[in-house]
Design a protein around this ligand. Structure first.
Ligand code: ADP
Ligand code: MG
Ligand code: MG
Ligand code: MG
Ligand code: MG
Ligand code: MG
Length: 669
């Protein structure tokens, strides 16, 4: 998750003394990066995915599935420079990264893939399979083989752990009374041991002036507790200042109430980063992918359960958004709760710097970058009127970018001036005393704690070797929910890459007013939005937009070429002559998964999981997902994840894809 600096992290109050320093140095880095990288061109289309796993402790004797907080040693064992990194990660082309949760591991390819190579498209899934296998092997290596004992620890790629925040949801039980989060539900022992993570948690709470408050609508079933009351099970505690907050309005009636960063940053997702040939192409790609973000959020929906309760939504996005919302009441434009300050924990003499900010730092994008042509200094299809959302900016950053550099047109300058409205969340003391900075830490401090649906990643300002050996202008696609099988995760990644390549080749115009994309984001959260709702979308080659179903957007209709046909056209023109039958079959099954989900022929993981719970014999139609149901659900998902449960594979993927997976099972494990 973002930048992992070593050193001593400062409290918010101490770090706040250095806001100006971080902003000033960060912008200096940015200006330098644009200066030295602006004319880079003809870069290869490289790309890579990121997957986040949860280590699940299956206890066959007790019949429990819990989050395991004792196997994070994997990360230090696989750290760069270790023997195991050299012998296990490098030869298998894998890099493991720490994440927010102590129960989490992120993994990426060690080297990015080549987007021009058909064989790399097939290598992705193999790489993903190897990541799991190496984690499992390492646990067995250290703990001994536990397959025939009562406890096993297995990495699963699930978006949210269904019973997180209920009683005893971790393998080792801790009380929720931690100094970092002050949560009523999550012990601090679920947080990564690296000091950055508890400090992040604490600093967000300090700046905001209260605990974060996440409210997800409860799925109303026949025996659900009354929806006009707040959750009856919220503990009444008297340990921290914030303990009364749920009863002062932080907990909403009819909602699942969560009060800590871990509920959001403890979710897993699938991210894809891709490199465009030059800065102009990266801006065009960013803008073209923006209207797709809510569509793919809905199409990857995998999260119908939070805190042991069925939700009346299918995705995680707003949960993380609220879980890291460090805005003060003044910035959120709400009345502070009783005994709370309108400027939260911000220093009183900074009050005049605070402005209304309509979104959390984890949220949807508020401005296009513009499809700029830096030769002619003009935009092609982009119009400034498409940026029709409020865009609070840091005025002094905007002034600097436009005055001190020739490389920022207004729209680009606004993008970064918007990111720099945020305070650094964690400042490391070593970073403010060092003289000349030799890496992008200050820029990354702000950039990597703006967690939005897309991230525009400029190249580094501090290269040491050859400039062309450092990553170029990249776009990161961040809304996707993670799927249970490597097949699905590979399918969503490959679809997105092929779509991006088709966009760069055919140059369609996907622009619609950005406020409509925000409307689509809200729609994408709805239960079964995929089948039931319509989304604003631009008719290709026409100047109009309308509401379309995801089926129409993905598969097309009589007036509109869908995204899958567009990708198929690209594949047949580019790869048909060079690929063998087996390669083309594999790609076609990836596209089938996307097409069939879009048409409703097969379910999303979210609706599949919801059905599983609602049909479970122990389910009491009270929206509650008990620990027993959770155990059966996770065993079931595990059987899908390792392709062993044939009936479930056909249930989730339909006969055609299900049988394909069963027949190819040996290759996939
Ligand atoms: P972050 O968490 O900041 O997004 P990570 O290092 O976790 O960064 O992931 C970055 C992803 O970008 C990885 O999948 C990696 O393979 C990929 N990547 C690395 N270099 C390039 C490049 N030059 N172009 C495109 N993708 C790249
Ligand atoms: Mg991550
Ligand atoms: Mg990462
Ligand atoms: Mg039990
Ligand atoms: Mg990322
Ligand atoms: Mg970054």
């Amino acid at each position: 998750m973002g930048l992992l600096s070593l050193g001593t992290p400062l409290s918010f109050t101490e770090g706040e003394k250095h806001v100006e320093h971080v902003h000033t140095r960060g912008i200096a880095d940015l200006i330098k990066s644009f200066k030295i990288n602006y004319d880079r061109s003809n870069e290869k289309f490289l790309w890579g995915d990121e997957l986040e796993y949860m280590l699940i402790n299956f206890n066959r004797e007790k019949k429990t599935a819990t989050l395991d907080v004792e196997h994070d040693y994997i990360l230090s064992n696989f750290d760069e420079g270790t023997e195991k990194y050299k012998t296990k990660c490098v030869p298998n082309d894998i890099l493991y990264h720490p994440e927010y949760g102590r129960f989490m591991v992120e993994a990426t390819p060690l080297r990015p893939y080549d987007g021009d190579s058909i064989s790399d498209f097939l290598y992705v899934e193999k790489n993903m399979a190897a990541r799991r296998k190496i984690m499992i092997d390492e646990i067995i290596d250290v703990d001994g083989d536990t397959t025939n004992t009562h406890q096993e620890v297995i990495p699963l790629s699930i978006t949210a752990f269904p019973i997180m925040g209920t009683k005893e949801f971790t393998n080792k039980v801790y009380e929720a009374n931690g100094q970092a989060s002050h949560s009523l539900f999550l012990p601090d022992q679920i947080i990564n041991r690296h000091a950055r993570f508890p400090t992040l948690t604490k600093n967000i709470r300090t700046r905001r002036g209260s605990k974060v408050a996440i409210n997800v609508p409860i799925y109303p079933d026949t025996h659900t507790q009354p929806l006009d009351e707040i959750d009856h099970n919220i503990p009444k505690r008297d340990l921290f200042f914030e303990d009364s907050e749920p009863f002062l309005g932080a907990a909403k009636p009819g909602h699942i109430y969560m009060d800590s960063m871990g509920f959001g940053m403890g979710c897993s997702c699938l991210q894809v980063t891709m490199q465009a040939p030059n800065i102009d192409a990266s801006r065009y790609l960013y803008d073209s992918l923006l209207p797709i973000t809510p569509i793919l959020l809905s199409l990857s929906a995998a999260t119908p359960i939070f805190k042991g309760t069925l939700a009346d939504q299918d995705v995680r996005w707003n949960v993380i958004s609220n879980a890291v919302d460090d805005r003060t009441p003044l910035e959120r434009d709400v009345k502070p709760m009783e005994n709370h300050q309108d400027i939260g924990g911000v220093r009183p003499d900074r009050r005049d710097n605070l402005q209304p900010i309509d979104k959390s730092r984890y949220d949807s994008i508020s401005s296009y970058l513009g499809d700029y042509d830096h030769e002619t200094k003009s935009y092609k299809n982009f119009k400034k009127s498409f940026n029709d959302l409020p865009l609070p900016i840091n005025q002094s950053v905007l002034d600097r970018l436009t005055k001190e550099s020739d490389y920022f047109d207004e729209v680009m300058a606004q993008h970064f001036a918007h990111l720099f409205i945020r305070d650094p969340l964690v400042v490391f003391s070593e970073k403010i005393t060092d003289g000349d900075s030799y890496n992008d830490d200050h820029f990354q401090n702000i950039q990597s704690t703006n967690w939005q649906t897309l991230r525009f990643k400029p190249p580094t300002a501090h290269h040491h070797g050859c400039l062309s050996d450092t990553p170029g202008w990249r776009v990161e696609f961040r809304p996707l929910e993670i799927q249970i099988t490597d097949f699905e995760n590979a399918a969503y990644s490959v679809f997105l890459i092929l779509l991006s390549k088709a966009i760069l080749k055919y140059k369609p115009n996907f622009y619609i007013p950005i406020s409509l994309i925000d409307e689509n984001m809200i729609t994408a959260h709805k239960r079964n939005s995929l089948g039931d709702d319509k989304f604003w979308y631009r008719f290709k080659d026409s100047n109009d937009w309308d509401r379309l179903s995801i089926n129409e957007i993905i598969n097309g209709n009589s007036q509109f070429i869908g995204l899958i046909p567009l990708v198929e056209k690209y594949v047949s023109l580019t790869f048909n002559d060079v690929a063998d039958a087996q390669q083309l079959e594999a790609v076609s099954f990836y596209l089938k998964l996307i097409a069939y989900r879009a048409s409703g022929k097969i379910p999303t993981l979210a609706s599949y999981i919801r059905q599983f719970v609602m049909q479970h014999p122990d389910y009491k139609h009270d929206s509650i997902v008990s620990h027993d149901i959770n155990y059966d659900l996770l065993c079931h998902l595990r059987g899908i994840g390792d392709y062993r449960d044939e009936k479930a594979l056909v249930g989730l993927f339909g006969e055609e894809i299900g049988e394909y997976l069963i027949n190819n099972r040996k290759k996939r494990r």
